[in-house]
Ligand binder design. Structure first.
Ligand code: 5HY
Length: 249
């Protein structure tokens, strides 16, 4: 199968990290195609960034459809554009926050999210409620690390994140910890070994979830809310988004 993993920000090095982490957990029959949108924010740290990331995500979904992609991961912890992507895509589309939080619910009474900036914590809480994981969510802890600092080898981000994960276990009684940024994807196993509880990377969780859905022959229901969007004009910078695809069903 062809699994397209979209990094909604435009930082290529993060796309590379994301693609490597997905490829490490997917099977030999899965081709992982990690892509970076041609437009959008260098990192997503606010509602504004998230809104401006969506057109680039949707353009990559449209490109994936042309390329025959069997399924998609949206690899940003805000899951930007997830519902719109489900309208465009034939195959399943899974967000990393969605996959990570639902996975955490299998692993204990409660989980915590450890993320980058405090201003993104509200979005994480909202998504937990959206995905039915709210009653399992212990806390959302922020490290106050900008997303792109995760790409800096000189940063002590790994230590800071690890200690915040440890506090989630000790102080919040978290049975598991969800990493709240795709840029943390390569840290999950290392941190889990240090703090003694499962640490979930949403990139890996989402990649395996899509792989499983495709293997089961399952995809988004297209007869209702997630049918192809109705045809209409889109003007200005969005004029290229007249991608009405009644054939998607
Ligand atoms: C992410 N931002 O996964 C989110 C993390 C965050 O550019 N990739 C980003 O802080 O919301």
């Amino acid at each position: 199968m062809l699994l397209t993993i979209i990094n909604p920000n435009t930082t290529e090095s993060m796309t590379t990290t994301i693609g490597k982490c997905a490829s490490q957990v997917t099977g030999p029959g899965t081709v992982v195609h990690a892509v970076t949108p041609a437009m959008g924010p260098a990192s997503i740290e606010s509602h504004y960034d998230e809104a401006l990331a969506v057109p680039g995500v949707l353009a990559e979904i449209a490109a994936g459809e042309q390329a025959g992609s069997d399924g998609y991961v949206i690899a940003c912890f805000g899951d930007p554009g997830l519902d719109a992507a489900r309208e465009l895509a034939r195959g399943p589309v899974v967000g990393i926050a969605e996959a990570a939080m639902r996975t955490a619910c299998y692993l204990g009474r409660g989980f915590s999210v450890v993320t980058t900036l405090g201003r993104t914590a509200g979005r994480a809480r909202d998504l937990a409620e959206t995905y039915g994981a709210g009653r399992f969510l212990r806390t959302v802890r922020a490290c106050d690390i900008p997303v792109l600092e995760l790409e800096d080898p000189a940063s002590d981000a790994r230590r800071v994140i690890t200690e915040e994960c440890r506090r989630a276990v000790v102080e919040d009684a978290a049975d598991a910890v969800v990493l709240g940024c795709a840029g943390m994807a390569d840290l999950a196993a290392l941190i889990s070994a240090e703090i003694g509880v499962p640490v979930i990377d949403g990139v890996a969780a989402a990649a395996r979830t899509v792989e499983t859905l495709v293997a089961l022959g399952l995809r988004t229901g297209k007869l209702g809310e997630f049918a192809a969007p109705p045809a209409k004009p889109y003007t200005g910078a969005l004029s290229d988004f007249q991608m009405h695809r009644p054939d998607i069903c």
